[in-house]
Design a protein around this ligand. Structure first.
Ligand SMILES: [Cu+2]
Length: 689
């Protein structure tokens, strides 16, 4: 069958999905779930170890994914097909924060050029997350029941996370539950200092009900999330409450003409920001309410030219963001500050894609996708009309006086070919045009006062931002190539090289308006910026390899593997783009003997000296970390894992960590890069029954 091979497709798979697979699975290259450390609280960390992939620090359960230098909203993220939008001016509730890592069965990253059936409204790639598929009894067999329990902890932040799953099923009906609870204190850096305000607690629960009959399956998922608190040391605010709810109905069926995959969903978030901890005290409530609704219809039709995939998608997002007055405050009152009032962002999509097997060696995927994006928002108001709110009052008047409605017509096109001349090599070529429309904050945040502007910031850089109603969508033209040489099957050797180049027209970056002093600290510098379109280019190279070293009945199997990544991002009118990961490499040796698995990792990261001057991005030093992991299976139903992260307790700053605002808030001085985690002992226990 013709497989859609995304260039630079990288990935991870845990177990195979047992539900009806309708559209063909994309190529799965490496499992990294097994490699992530036990006790990870954040689903975005599951892809750690994939070349070109990084997590930009946020809160403990809300990191932002980055692939080949493109981050956050530039990646399309779907959880069981639901498109979730960050409902917060700091992207505290980014899509991957809505699922606990222990609830993830499969996570796939298609960096670079995903086929149009997997992409849309993104220029950097797609992350597809699947939670546990419904379990059915074998056809004709009696009812089954089962479940699992997991418990893990990490010493660096005294975190505890646990999860429970349970299911009962016949061969046609299935019911399942999954619940996960996680809590952490603030972590310690390599110098033994607590990183202020980095604690979190989160609870995720979901049920899945499924019915399957002759060639069809109906699946209903519903769930709730609660994050009672989550600190954000690189933001001015913390999360003080986040309630999420969703329902997601999917239907898949085999017809005479092909396969149908239909889905409808609803997802709602009630989010509050403010302060909750003595590590960063304060008062300033902010409230957001976000709602995603949508459906997707996809058909897959075998034709003489190959497999034809057609799709129609609707995704509507609604957002209200307001800041209740603080009683007695001259600045934050007497009215409610309306930041985004009745914000709308609706996307209507049509796509078509043809996957063809041209001959024994060549296959191709050609796709076209059209998106119509409509955005609008209502009138706004500042806290008050007094002296302290003059800048915001004038800005609100100007904002309210003009039309805010925008409509973008975006066309994506991708062409991919793969060539496998022999059993030991394959090559993938990909070209794409991909378009992303601005998000609601990029167009409609309007405040011009310093305080208001610093509230709009999902970059962790300590600056302040204001939107720009006239922003154009950003359009990326990407060329990518992947060469893959391999031998010896799944346990064998491989070398994979993936260079890529993107020219992004109207990349949504920022122009500097004026400087300011964060927290009015004279030693700390920040900029107030306005979102603006500027052409940019990003390029880089990903490398990954695996080499079996020893295979003996007595000593077990030893293999070496690793990844390396180089990324650059430049604005065509000069300067570097923000948060570009410096050259980095991961070298691992893995040993397997019977029930035992041991792994030693060395992670090396070069100094970051190419920084975004407009955002006053901090340089960071190079570093080398050593991590050790072991796991042992106790029979078929239990396993224990043990890890030592950052073995030598190296003190360092992650190049994508942003700035340490919670320390500046309480101790003053100058801004410094956010310190990363010191040494941690990580323990995990998994049971199945
Ligand atoms: Cu928030």
């Amino acid at each position: 069958m013709a497989l859609a091979l995304a260039s630079a497709s990288h990935i991870a798979a845990a177990q195979s999905d047992t539900s009806v697979t309708v559209l063909p699975e994309l190529k799965v290259i490496a499992s990294s779930i097994a490699r992530s450390y036990p006790g990870a609280l954040d689903a975005s960390l599951l892809l750690t170890g994939t070349p070109g992939y990084q997590v930009a620090a946020g809160g403990a359960v809300s990191g932002l994914p980055v692939a080949n230098g493109l981050a956050d909203d530039r990646l399309k993220i779907r959880i069981d097909g639901m498109e979730i939008t960050s409902a917060c001016a700091n992207h505290m509730n980014a899509p991957l924060s809505y699922i606990d890592p222990q609830q993830v069965q499969r996570i796939v990253l298609l960096a670079g050029v995903p086929p149009v059936s997997a992409g849309g409204d993104s220029i950097g790639g797609t992350i597809d997350v699947q939670s546990a598929a419904p379990v059915f009894a074998p056809t004709g067999a009696g009812p089954i029941a089962g479940g699992s329990f997991a418990l893990s902890g990490r010493s660096v932040n005294h975190s505890v996370s646990s999860s429970v799953t349970a299911h009962a099923a016949s061969d046609s009906l299935s019911i399942g539950y999954s619940g996960a609870y996680a809590r952490s204190r603030s972590y310690d850096d390599g110098n033994g200092n607590r990183v202020l305000g980095s604690m979190a607690e989160s609870i995720n629960q979901a049920i899945v009900l499924a019915f399957r009959g002759q060639g069809q399956q109906l699946t209903l998922r519903a769930g709730v999330q609660h994050i009672p608190y989550q600190g954000f040391p690189n933001q001015y605010m913390d999360m003080t409450d986040n309630h999420g709810r969703f329902a997601n109905l999917a239907y898949q069926s085999v017809f005479g003409w092909g396969l149908l995959d239909a889905r409808a969903y609803w997802q709602q978030t009630d989010h509050e920001m403010g302060f909750f901890s003595s590590e960063r005290p304060g008062t300033m409530p902010m409230v957001t309410q976000g709602r995603n609704t949508g459906y997707a219809l996809k058909a897959s039709v075998p034709t003489s030219a190959g497999e034809l995939r057609l799709g129609q998608v609707l995704h509507a997002f609604r957002l209200d963001d307001y800041w209740p007055a603080v009683p007695g405050s001259m600045m934050m009152g007497p009215r409610t500050y309306l930041n985004i009032n009745d914000g709308k962002r609706d996307r209507a999509v049509l796509f078509g894609e043809l996957a063809s097997q041209l001959d024994a060696r060549w296959s191709s995927v050609l796709g076209l996708r059209a998106e119509s994006v409509r955005m609008d928002t209502g009138a706004v108001q500042s806290y008050g009309t007094g002296m302290m709110n003059m800048a915001d009052t004038a800005a609100a008047a100007a904002f309210n006086a003009r039309s805010r409605k925008q409509r973008d017509s975006n066309i994506d096109a991708t062409a991919q070919a793969s060539f496998a001349p022999d059993a030991a090599s394959s090559y993938e070529f990909a070209l794409a045009r991909k378009v992303r429309s601005p998000n609601l904050y990029e167009r409609y945040s309007w405040g011009r006062g310093t305080m208001a502007m610093t509230m709009t910031n999902w970059f962790g850089d300590g600056n302040g931002y204001v939107g720009n109603i006239d922003l154009k969508p950003e359009t990326a033209y990407t060329a990518a190539f992947t060469a893959d040489w391999h031998g010896g099957g799944e346990e064998g050797w491989f070398v994979r090289v993936n260079p890529y180049y993107s020219r992004v027209n109207d990349y949504i970056d920022a122009d500097v308006l004026s400087p300011f002093n964060p927290y009015m600290q004279m030693g700390a510098r920040g900029n107030l910026l306005q979102f603006a379109n500027h052409d940019a280019r990003l390029y880089g190279l990903n490398l990954s390899w695996q080499l079996p070293l020893v295979a003996s009945a007595r000593w077990g199997q030893v293999s070496a593997s690793g990844t390396a990544a180089y990324t650059r991002g430049k604005r065509l009118d000069g300067g570097d783009l923000y948060r570009m990961m410096p050259l980095n490499a991961l070298f691992a040796v893995e040993h397997r003997l019977g029930a035992w698995r041991n792994r030693a990792e060395l992670k090396a990261v070069a100094a970051k000296s190419e920084v975004d001057a407009r955002r006053l991005e901090q340089e960071t030093g190079g570093y080398v970390l050593v991590n050790l992991r072991s796991s042992v299976a106790l029979g078929k139903q239990a396993s224990i894992s043990l890890g030592l992260s950052n073995l030598f307790n190296r003190a360092y700053a992650d190049p994508l960590g942003g700035v340490y605002l919670s320390r500046l808030a309480t101790q003053g001085g100058a801004l410094q890069p956010l310190p990363a985690e010191g040494r941690s002992i990580d323990l995990g226990l998994q049971l199945q029954f």
